[in-house]
Ligand binder design. Structure first.
Ligand code: SDX
Length: 424
């Protein structure tokens, strides 16, 4: 057969007009439609079939279960890298040299402190039982009010400074939210510790506290696995808000708010609640039957992109066993394993290509490490901050991009005249 052109031709049958556009890397410009009819728009709720941007940060292949950051497979990064090195890779596009990594680590480490007024005047102002993720979302936005230079988006040095501040302060903010919610005094960052060890120390230190190396590494691997994931809901929020040239703190607060949702980053909290409600492996089959009957969802299963095993879930499952060696096995693990086995063997889930995602096992590890269930999504937000910022930075440098403003399919009433109250 002759050469098949990489093009798509769209014909408007109402006029017989056609337009042929190139297909590049699996996408074509939907603006071609406007050449046929300027009033024509594609209807694509929740963007299931829309590439909203061009990005070089993360590549996913949902059918093959592939996740790569700047070309590096997540399996190799989880085994050989650290979260700070992956954050550098996401932001700068290349793995750092030793000197670049040392400088990056020094800069991040020396930006972990928070302005005292954030603690005394802001965090202390929350209600005693405020949910830590609600606090985190608010605190990220509040943080921006301390740095007016954050609005200078055209100043690369200022942008870089805000990126450092947000990545560095996310763990400090997270630990502050936890300590507030359990009525403990805050513990200030220790610049002698690694990123993960510093976070765990700010979380747990009361008197003597030494971070267990297995838990330090497990925390860092979990940070690596949650750092970025292409155009997920939270990152899309970061890009949409960032496209109006809002400062990066306001944009990151919007991203964190999206992550808070139970269908997104809030799922790890919902998985552990679901496993607790199931209560015993004897109840798993009944629960699966309820889900198949439409009574709720199997949280931690399914994904918009992965129609195969989420590669992160495999690594998290391995990490869980390493953590349980230190902490003792989470009793909910047996229920999770039985639930996974039952779901993977059931055509309801197979037909819908529903597999465990990143949230299915992560909560079991967090719970075994002692984190309150309300902190699970905050643990997702800490590392995702670097992914959000990498996309924010890429957006600002993308000549194709402008303020996000989609159109709509109007389905409301036609024009009609106002009716006086007395006549209604
Ligand atoms: C994350 O996008 C990302 O990259 C996100 C993330 C990241 O790193 O940023 O990977 C993190 O958010 C992971 C997902 C965490 N959420 C959950 O675990 C919540 C449970 N899962 C779902 O609600 C759901 O699978 C989504 C939200 C993840 C994806 O939903 P989609 O793509 O919109 O799929 P859908 O809702 O259209 O479902 C397709 C079918 C439906 O059945 P039918 O109506 O066709 O009969 O599958 C069913 C759904 O009812 N289905 C499920 C299900 N997920 C989908 N049925 C039971 N249990 C589930 N979990």
């Amino acid at each position: 057969m002759g050469h098949v052109p990489d093009t798509i031709t769209i014909t408007d049958d109402r006029t017989g007009k056609s337009v042929t556009v190139p297909i590049t890397d699996g996408v074509f410009p939907s603006s071609a439609l406007r050449e046929l009819d300027p009033s024509l728009f594609m209807y694509d709720p929740a963007y299931l079939s829309t590439a909203a941007c061009k990005s070089a940060i993360t590549f996913l292949d949902g059918d093959a279960g592939i996740l790569r950051h700047r070309g590096y497979p997540i399996e190799q990064l989880a085994e050989h890298s650290t979260y700070l090195e992956v954050a550098y890779l996401l932001i700068h596009g290349e793995l750092p040299s030793q000197q670049e990594l040392d400088t990056w680590t020094y800069e991040i480490t020396h930006h972990t402190f928070m302005h005292e007024n954030m603690r005394k005047r802001f965090v202390d102002g929350f209600h005693y039982d405020a949910h830590p993720m609600g606090m985190f979302v608010s605190a990220i936005a509040a943080l921006g009010t301390f740095y007016d230079d954050a609005k200078q988006l055209g100043d690369e040095e200022s942008r870089d400074k805000q990126i450092l501040r947000l990545i560095a302060k996310a763990p400090t903010l997270a630990a502050m939210c936890h300590r507030f919610s359990v009525g403990l005094p805050f513990f200030l960052p220790d610049n002698e510790l690694s990123y993960a060890a510093n976070f765990l120390t700010m979380m747990w230190k009361i008197g003597e506290y030494d971070v267990h190396p297995v838990l330090e590494r497990a925390m860092d691997v979990l940070f690596i696995l949650h750092a970025d994931h292409e155009q997920n809901c939270g990152t899309t929020a970061m890009r949409v808000v960032g496209s109006s040239h809002a400062d990066p703190y306001s944009s990151a607060a919007a991203a964190a708010a999206a992550l808070y949702g139970p269908l997104h980053g809030g799922a790890n909290e919902q998985v552990v609640r679901m496993l607790g409600d199931i209560g015993s492996i004897d109840n798993v089959d009944e629960f699966v039957g309820d889900v198949k009957g439409g009574k709720g969802r199997l949280m931690g299963f399914g994904h918009r992109v992965y129609k195969n095993y989420d590669p992160r879930a495999q690594i998290i499952k391995q990490t869980a066993y390493e953590v349980f060696e230190v902490t003792g096995k989470n009793p909910l693990l047996d229920i999770a394993l039985k639930l996974e086995e039952a779901a993977l063997a059931d055509s309801y889930f197979a037909d819908r290509r529903l597999y465990p995602n990143v949230d299915f096992y992560s909560g079991l590890i967090y719970q075994a490490m002692g984190f309150p269930i309300e902190m699970f999504t905050v643990l997702f937000a800490i590392p995702r901050t670097s992914g959000w910022l990498a996309h924010w930075q890429e957006l600002l440098g993308d000549e194709d991009q402008k303020i996000s403003r989609p159109r709509q399919w109007y389905a409301g009433p036609e024009e009609r005249d106002y009716v006086k109250l007395s006549e209604r």
